[in-house]
Each structure stands twice: as structure tokens, then as C-alpha cells.
Design a protein around this ligand. Structure first.
Ligand code: NAP
Length: 315
């Protein structure tokens, strides 16, 4: 039976204003705004809402979707959502998409289900590809630094994943600067250059600037992509007048009430007033601030609605 593909991407998707930045000194261009699947794409989330967000993203030039093995909840279910979307909507557009996934955090029980061993990484990439209904990912990350596994073991597994054709490029997330330097050299010597470093960078958390990570990436031709660029929603108008029942903070899991101190709220209100005076939103100003930092390639935003995403690409 022939099932008609119901999604037709907007033909103006590459002429509606999305900017593409070169990722370090590589051949890859990434949209200045990328879409993250950490929240809102799990089995607990309404599929049609997740689907609408991805359509809106791609229709507006967002070609990069960022995933990880454990995004959900349940673990693995964000990748399964992507797999369904590939089958239903995005298969014809596979070569226009840049899809990343990661392994590093707890994924399955027992001693081989997390961190940085070859055993874990090799099993995880195979599981991810199966869930996403993909032959390869564009980018595979070590999701976190493992202090107990030799870096050579983790890095060689990443090299071998590329050599096996399961990923086109390698990235690293949340490694300390000295380990990042080691990884950069190790990978370069094996002709699998480090494409990108992923870390938290936003107006409230400037560590990669302060500790020299961003500068190291810039100086060495490694792209840099910021996660939680809106500080999980704090750097938007979401919490300026209380804590909405449907917000991430109301869930008290990853964003806790006590993070919203009176001092922070006052700072956010000041930034919001400044943004409004320029006719902009706090979210837009916050994303612009990151992208103005030398060496930043893209910001990975999250969104629980197309309306939020719309605001996050208008700047
Ligand atoms: N490498 C790592 O270790 C790591 C860690 C964390 C994240 N990441 C990546 O980064 C991505 C983004 O992280 P994040 O979700 O924390 O990003 P974020 O963009 O800082 O926060 C997204 C949340 O902020 C709220 N929001 C977004 N736009 C809004 C707007 N215009 N107005 C009002 N509220 C808005 C929504 O929360 P509500 O639910 O309240 O609506 C949304 O889910 C993840 O999906 C993942 O791909 C990677």
C-alpha cells in the first residue's frame, strides 16, 4: 500500500532568514539556532506537538536536531520519536538534516550502560541508530568526561565509529579544558578532527568564556555549540510573573524553584525591560548575546510549543 507523505517542507525554508555559520574550520555549516530533543520529544509528550515543532523548525531553516541516547523520558524515547518522524515526514529530507546524538550518561543498567568505555559507546551508537531508523548520524558525541576510563579508549572508540560509517563527525560535550586539549590532538593525529564542542553557555553561565574553553575552540578551528542557551527558560518571559503550572520549573526536576532567587528575578526583569526598550524579547536578546561571542557556531534551543520556537528564531 502506498502511504502518501503528508509533510511537504516549506519551499522558502532557506530564504526566510536563517543564518548558517561555519562550524570551526570544517566544511559544515550549522544554523545559528538548532533544535534540542532533551525535553518535549519523549514518550510522555504528545507526539503531534513534537511533530509540529520539528516541522516548524525545518520549515524555518533549522537543519540541525540534537539528541542523546537518554533523552525522553523514557530513556531512548526521544530518539524513537525522531525515528517515527523520519518514517512519516523527514526521509525525503535526510540529506538536508544534520542529526546528532550522544552517549555518556546512564542509559541501561549494569556496568556497561554509561560513561566512556568502548563497550558502552559501541553498543550505544548501534542502539541509537536503530531507534532513529537511521543508517548513520551526522555527529556523535561523548556526552561527558569519564574520569576512570583512559581518554585514549573513549577517543579511539569515537574514531572507530566514524571509520565504521556510523557517524560522519565527532563531538565532545562537557569535558574539562585539559581533557578537551588532549582529545583535540588525539583526534587530529588520527585524521578524524574534532568537529565541535558542546557546553552550557548563556548570559547566566559564562564558564566556557571564563575558563578559556571557547577561546581554545576558536583558536583551533573547533566549532562551539551552546546548550540551554535560555537557561532552561529563565532567560525568557516565562518566570517574570510567577511559575506557570505547565513550565519546566513546575516539574521541580531539572529546573528547581530555588534557582529563581529574588536577585535573579530582579536581574531578569531589568534585562527584560532593556530588551523591550529595543523592541525585542528577552529570549531574543539572550540568544543574540551568545551568538555574538567569538567562536560560537550555534545555540541549541528547547521549545515546548511552536510559538516558543517562533520567538527563538526572530532576532
Ligand atoms: N550536552 C549536554 O549535556 C546537554 C545538557 C542540556 C541540554 N542539552 C541540549 O540542549 C538543548 C536545549 O536545552 P534546554 O531545553 O535546556 O534549552 P533552553 O532553550 O535553555 O530551554 C528550553 C525551555 O525554555 C522554555 N522556553 C524556550 N523558549 C521560550 C520562549 N520563547 N518563551 C518562554 N519559554 C521558553 C521552555 O520551557 P517550558 O517547558 O517551561 O515551556 C523550553 O522547553 C537540549 O534539548 C539538548 O539537545 C545538552
Amino acid at each position: 500500500m502506498y502511504i502518501q507523505n503528508s509533510y511537504q517542507a516549506d519551499e522558502n525554508r532557506y530564504s526566510c532568514g536563517m543564518q548558517y555559520n561555519r562550524c570551526g574550520k570544517s566544511g559544515v555549516l550549522l544554523p545559528k539556532v538548532s533544535l534540542g530533543f532533551w525535553h518535549n520529544f519523549g514518550s510522555v509528550d504528545p507526539f503531534e506537538r513534537s511533530r509540529a515543532i520539528t516541522h516548524y523548525a525545518f520549515d524555518h531553516g533549522i537543519t540541525h536536531f540534537d539528541l542523546a541516547n537518554n533523552y525522553g523520558p523514557e530513556y531512548g524515547s526521544a530518539e524513537e520519536t525522531l525515528g517515527r518522524l523520519m518514517d512519516m515526514d523527514f526521509r525525503p529530507y535526510r540529506d538536508e538534516l544534520f542529526i546528532s546524538t550522544k552517549a555518556g550518561y546512564d542509559m541501561w543498567p549494569g556496568p556497561y550502560g554509561e560513561w566512556g568505555s568502548r563497550k558502552y559507546l559501541m553498543a550505544s551508537i548501534d542502539q541509537s541508530l536503530k531507534r532513529m531508523h537511521l543508517d548513520y548520524v551526522d555527529l556523535f558525541y561523548s556526552h561527558r568526561f569519564d574520569p576512570d576510563t583512559p581518554m585514549e579508549e573513549t577517543l579511539q572508540a569515537l574514531v572507530d565509529i566514524v571509520r565504521a560509517g556510523k557517524a560522519l563527525y565527532i563531538g565532545i560535550s562537557r569535558w574539562p579544558l585539559e581533557a578537551l586539549k588532549f582529545a583535540y590532538t588525539y583526534l587530529k593525529e588520527r585524521d578524524v578532527p574534532l568537529l565541535i564542542f558542546q557546553d552550557k553557555l548563556n548570559r547566566l553561565d559564562r564558564e566556557p568564556i571564563d575558563n578559556g574553553t571557547l577561546d581554545f575552540c576558536h583558536q583551533n578551528g573547533i566549532g562551539f555549540i551552546s546548550f540551554s542557551p535560555l537557561a532552561q527558560g529563565l532567560l525568557t518571559d516565562r518566570y517574570l510573573n510567577g511559575i506557570p503550572k505547565d513550565s519546566r520549573m513546575a516539574q521541580e526536576k531539572f529546573l528547581k524553584h530555588d534557582m529563581l532567587t529574588p536577585e535573579l528575578l530582579s536581574q531578569l526583569k531589568t534585562w527584560n525591560t532593556e530588551a523591550e526598550a529595543e523592541g525585542k524579547t528577552l529570549a531574543a536578546k539572550s540568544l543574540s548575546w551568545i551568538l555574538e561571542q567569538q567562536g560560537v557556531t550555534s545555540v541549541i534551543v528547547g521549545a515546548s510549543s511552536t510559538q516558543q520556537l517562533a520567538k527563538n528564531i526572530t532576532f
